[in-house]
Design a binder for this molecule. Structure first.
Ligand code: EPU
Length: 423
């Protein structure tokens, strides 16, 4: 496995281009299972999670071809297999997104039940409860969930007890194949949900209200494949905003969609950044030293949990005390112990992290067990004095496209090296 080595303390300046959004591309690829034919995707990010999704589609007998420039074609003419196996699900929980489309198209699907993961328990009970409301029978057998609707699905009202992003996406996809109307209440409003609804409508479905907490799907329409451009990644955008904030740098972030990161933009302005924006770019000037700010994660349009760790890295060197509250996942503070090793002063109490900003961090050997925690250690390492070795880069490659190359271009001293220590 590789590691990333950073010599921190440099001011970064230049232009960075944002890739397509992982969390938009994953459900979009799963949606290809809804009908036979050839889909053409552009702006697909080159990530490990996308490779896992492609492997999964291939297990289902799809023909997937990667072309230059982020173009991927997915042909779902012949879908016979409907089982998402353990080896793929255990490396990527979003594998569960195939359940809804397979149930809609084939009337059955089978998924190795995801276990707990590094950021929390993350059950899929609300997905399953939703499928049951539409008439599916759900059973658990040898670690696998079987979902079956031999007579098809029927539209219903579905109320989500919690706001769930992939749960909303899964149900939206299943409901396109149900007879009659489905109404999803307390639905997620994330941009990725709106993007998926747009894709489904382009395929011939009738999905209304995406972006609000009530989504109506008039099911049973005939679906056809479509050409789809993946929207820009708002978490990658926010991560580079954090880079500018912590290095006192100046980054022009291009190919992004500023309205999707509004809560993040406002928070970084509170921390002392100067930010200007155009239709598809943001210019972020970091302060000499960040100001403290309180951050609470909540579903969109609030501050995203996927940016919590990167914001915390910036607050770790702020001129004062901040409180971060993680309201989505119960265990998303895995980066804190590593940041402490770099000299950060952070205390965790329940879902709150109390941060006393220190004048500077120092480089250390660090490692994280999830994607965004790894990104936050890169952010911290860019500002730290001395060398930071971020190990288990595997996590980073799941969700960031060649992050070290992008950072090198704006002046970072950062390299990827083989990690001789296998532990
Ligand atoms: N939850 C349940 N039961 C369910 C579903 C969710 O209890 O059936 C709980 C979860 O345990 C969590 C909360 O509800 O406490 C919200 O989870 P959600 O279902 O919204 O998360 P997700 O759909 O599994 C997506 C993103 C995550 C992102 C979260 C929250 C994808 C593929 N993943 O996950 O992205 O953190 O929404 O915004 O869209 C990442 O990219 O690093 C990442 C983890």
């Amino acid at each position: 496995m590789d590691k990333i080595v950073i010599e921190g303390g440099r001011r970064l300046e230049g232009e960075i281009k944002i890739a397509g959004a992982k969390n938009a591309a994953l459900p979009a690829f799963a949606a290809t299972l809804l009908c036979p034919g050839k889909f053409v995707f552009s702006n697909v990010p080159d990530l490990r999670d996308m490779d896992t999704m492609i492997a999964l589609l291939k297990v289902m007998d799809a023909v997937v071809e990667k072309h230059d420039g982020g173009v991927v074609t997915v042909n779902t003419e012949n879908i016979v297999h409907c089982e998402a196996p353990y080896d793929l699900v255990r490396t990527m929980r979003a594998s569960c997104l195939v359940l809804g489309p397979l149930l809609a198209r084939l009337g059955k699907s089978r998924l190795s039940l995801p276990g707990g993961c590094a950021i929390g328990e993350r059950p899929i009970n609300l997905h399953l409860k939703g499928f049951q409301s539409l008439g599916a029978e759900i059973s658990l057998e040898e670690g696998y969930v079987n979902a079956a609707a031999p007579d098809g699905l029927t539209g219903q009202r579905v109320y989500f007890d919690l706001v769930t992003v992939t749960g909303t996406e899964n149900l939206m996809m299943a409901a396109t194949g149900a007879k009659g109307t489905t109404v999803l209440e307390n639905a997620a409003r994330e941009p990725e949900v709106v993007f998926l609804a747009d894709m489904l409508n382009k395929m011939g479905a009738d999905v209304r209200g995406a972006g609000t907490d009530k989504i109506t799907i008039n099911g049973g329409k005939e679906l056809k494949p479509a050409e789809i451009a993946i929207i820009p990644d708002r978490v990658e955008t926010g991560t580079f905003m954090a880079v500018s904030a912590i290095t006192g740098g100046f980054l022009k972030i291009v190919g992004c969609h500023p309205p999707h990161v509004e809560a993040v933009t406002l928070k970084f302005i509170e921390m002392g950044c100067k930010i200007s924006e155009g239709p598809d770019w943001l210019e972020v000037t970091g302060p000499a030293r960040p100001r403290p700010a309180d951050v609470e994660t909540n579903p969109y349009p609030s501050f995203p949990t996927d940016m919590q760790a990167q914001a915390m890295a910036v607050l770790a060197v702020a001129d004062g005390a901040s409180v971060v509250t993680e309201s989505i996942f119960e265990n998303r503070y895995m980066h804190v112990a590593e940041m402490r090793r770099m000299g950060a002063n952070i205390l965790i109490k329940g879902k709150n992290a109390f941060i006393h900003g220190v004048p500077s961090l120092s480089g250390a050997q660090v490692m994280a067990t999830d994607l965004r925690a790894s990104a936050s250690l890169i952010v911290a390492g860019l500002a730290a004095k001395g060398k930071t070795h971020v190990r288990r880069v595997y996590h980073l490659d799941r969700g960031y496209e060649r992050i070290e190359e992008k950072l090198r271009k704006v002046g970072a001293k950062i390299t990827r090296q083989p990690d001789k220590d296998k532990k």
